[in-house]
Design a protein around this ligand. Sequence first.
Ligand SMILES: [Zn+2]
Length: 322
Amino acid sequence: MLEEELRAKVLSEFAKYTGQIKPAAFFKRTHRFIPEIERFHNLVTGIFKPAWSKYALCILMKQGSIYEHKDAYVFLEDGRWMMDYSPRKGGLDISDNVALANCMQDKVPVGVITQVTTKGDKQIGSTYQILGLGIVTNFNLMQNVFEIQSVGWDILEDVTSIIEDEEERYQIQLYARLTNEFKPFVKEEPAKYLVTTSKREASFRKILMREYDYTCAVCSLKFKLENLFEAQAVHVVPKKENGTDDPRNGITMCRTHHWAFDNGIFSLTDSGRIILSDKIHQAEKSNFPLSEMENQPIIVPKNELIRPHAEALTWHRNYHGF
Ligand SMILES: [Zn+2]
């Protein structure tokens, strides 16, 4: 595999894990998860440059580093994160810093990870959060920092173009943006998509089905036989209101609960508890599977990043007059 292709493949695979917290082994023995590559980072220095490339592959913000105050990230207006990253001590001409400067010059993205816990944590040891794919936009001479932003649509399209299957490519793009600030409406995203509408809808559905294990988050109903399943992927802010395909605007429900949610017969609190509308008392009904569910928590996926975002749930409550 050519270096550029290898890099695009590895970064696309890596992007699927955006936002997740992983132990050291994930980065040091990466071939167990991404067979194309031995390691994604050695976790020794901040900037990791593999022998096969002149570009840095991944950068790490260590916990407790003396630069820590400088390295916290902020959100740009379009929701992407941005942070300052201190070069390795020893001058800009040492090889690690050159490798990151090469990324800046040629607009080559890097993986960005931040340490969450250290070895001193006896329960879980060192862990690291995958912040996602970043692009080095500038070196600020005055402050002696690289400026790094999460990748925008064009670079993300470019990197993931190695993935031939359109649905899989769009799924990676949705995962890759999970550490960006949540924006509930499509109008805040550029309207330029290379993937067709139906493939985008299928990608949204597949992510949610996998993350919620084909189960209704309200009543835990599940029926799955190969490609036959009862649960549906629900947009909290619906498509017709310009709701985004960001998985944080999604939830899975059985058909009855999907219908009831879309019609405002119930909504959810920010923490995911069921609230019932007055409609439920006014309606004629029998065996309606909601009446006894007031204040019950919904079932959420293990991946905390995929849970319905409070901003989307607030929209749903307001829209339906809760
Ligand atoms: Zn249900």
